[in-house]
Design a protein around this ligand. Structure first.
Ligand SMILES: CC(C)=CCC/C(C)=C/CC/C(C)=C/CC/C(C)=C/COP(=O)(O)OP(=O)(O)O
Ligand SMILES: O=P(O)(O)OC[C@@H](O)CO
Ligand SMILES: [Mg+2]
Length: 232
């Protein structure tokens, strides 16, 4: 049976009132000889490591996981840009569907491409509705997927999209402003989405400071993801 250990843990931590913090490591931009040092500079409140990128060369994910395992007990969660990034060495996989866009390749195509591998493995999957929100700058996700981000002013559209994803069975929702975004997802958007959800809400993209992080938590994010700010 496929485990739901990581997801259950996530729910338990949220119920206990904890705010979760995932640090995103982009395998392409990370020097694995610095893993030990890197794990010392990330915030002490870090609860998860997310691993993924818009593009990741073959075998790099495995090597990254091996090197991190030597120095940390934090859960290693794959945040895949494509099915080729799936590795059974991880603790779980965010099974993303890009519901903000209308590119079938990222709604169901990459998921289908990963299915044969997942059938043979016990890797935990966390079905996640992934919404790309306009962060004020061109994002790798928009480029790779050839989809448009949703304007932050389209609150109703964002709320209905997130709710539809939950009703279709998503176990978490990820509001993404894009890696290195100028403007993170606004408190207003986070708050409006949070009000209709019964599942965990993840927020990332362009969050660089403790103030921005706090603003996201206060608005209703259960987990904040930070990546670029910790890149060397
Ligand atoms: C579920 C499976 C097998 C695949 C999911 C495929 C989908 C729907 C992906 C969503 C679209 C996408 C390309 C997401 C990328 C997520 C990610 C790791 C973003 C981080 O982007 P960076 O790689 O940091 O961007 P830069 O390279 O520009 O910094
Ligand atoms: O790199 P940053 O801007 O922190 O974004 C994190 C993550 O949401 C990107 O997919
Ligand atoms: Mg990046």
């Amino acid at each position: 049976m496929r485990s739901s250990f990581q997801y259950k843990n996530l729910i338990r931590q949220i119920e206990e009132g904890n705010k979760l913090l995932a640090i995103l490591i982009d395998p392409e931009k990370f020097d694995i000889t610095t893993s030990e040092k890197f794990l010392k500079i990330i915030p002490k409140q870090t609860t998860h490591l997310f691993l993924g990128g818009s593009t990741v060369p073959e075998k790099l994910m495995e090597r990254l996981i091996d090197s991190l395992r030597m120095h940390t007990k934090l859960p290693l969660i794959i945040f895949p840009g494509a099915a080729s990034q799936i590795s059974e060495k991880a603790d779980a996989l965010l099974f993303l569907s890009l519901v903000s866009g209308n590119n079938p390749e990222y709604l169901i195509g990459q998921q289908k491409a990963g299915a044969a591998q997942l059938l043979k493995s016990k890797l935990e999957v966390i079905p996640t509705g992934y919404l790309l929100i306009d962060g004020g700058s061109e994002s790798a996700v928009a480029n790779v997927t050839n989809t448009l981000p949703m304007p932050q002013s389209n609150i109703e559209g964002i709320v209905h999209t997130a709710l539809a994803a939950e009703l279709m069975g998503a176990k978490s929702i990820y509001l993404e402003a894009g890696s290195g975004a100028n403007i993170p997802v606004s408190a207003q958007v986070i708050n409006a989405v949070k009000q209709v959800l019964t599942i965990p809400l993840i927020v990332g993209g362009g969050i660089r400071t403790a103030e921005q992080k706090k603003l996201s938590y206060d608005a209703g994010a259960n987990m904040v993801v930070m990546g670029t700010v910790f890149e060397a």
